[in-house]
Design a protein around this ligand. Structure first.
Ligand SMILES: [Zn+2]
Length: 138
C-alpha cells in the first residue's frame, strides 16, 4: 500500500498523511485527500429506490405468497404470477381435500427467501439489482 504524503503549506516538507502537524516546522497540516472511495451519495442521502428495500423485504417475508413485494418493486407480471400460484394452490388444496396444501408453501417460501435477500443487500446493491437491472426473481 502506497503511503500518502501531504505537503506542508508553510515549509513544503513532505509529511505522512497520518500526521496532523508538520514533522519539520510543527504547523497544522491540511487534511489529507482521502483515498478515492466510491461514495456516490452526498450527505447520506439514500439512492433512489432504496426506500423500497425494507418495505419490499418485510412484505415478502410476511405476505410473500401474495406477491405484494413484487408489486411494490414494480414487477407487475411477477406479482401476478406469485398471486396466481398462491390462489391456484389454495384451490388445489381445497379440491384435493388438503393433499395439495404443501403447494401453498411454494409461493410463500419464495416470498420469504426474496424478502431476506432484499434485506441483506446494501441499499446500493438493492437499487442496482432490482431498480436499475430489474432482476425478476431472487
Ligand atoms: Zn512544515
Amino acid at each position: 500500500m502506497a503511503t500518502q504524503y501531504v505537503t506542508c503549506p508553510r515549509c513544503s516538507a513532505q509529511n505522512s498523511s497520518l500526521n496532523t502537524t508538520c514533522m519539520t516546522c510543527g504547523s497544522q497540516l491540511p487534511i489529507a485527500p482521502m483515498p478515492m472511495q466510491q461514495m456516490p451519495n452526498y450527505g447520506g442521502a439514500k439512492p433512489a429506490g432504496a426506500d423500497k428495500k425494507i418495505l419490499a423485504g418485510v412484505l415478502g417475508i410476511i405476505l410473500g405468497g401474495l406477491g405484494i413485494h413484487k408489486f411494490v418493486l414494480g414487477y407487475q407480471q411477477e406479482g401476478v404470477i406469485l398471486l396466481s400460484v398462491y390462489l391456484i394452490s389454495i384451490v388445489v388444496a381445497f379440491v384435493t381435500c388438503g393433499i395439495g396444501t404443501p403447494l401453498i408453501f411454494v409461493p410463500t417460501v419464495i416470498g420469504i427467501i426474496e424478502g431476506i435477500i432484499y434485506l441483506t443487500k446494501s441499499d446500493e446493491e438493492f437499487v442496482q439489482t432490482y431498480i436499475v437491472n430489474k432482476k425478476p426473481w431472487f
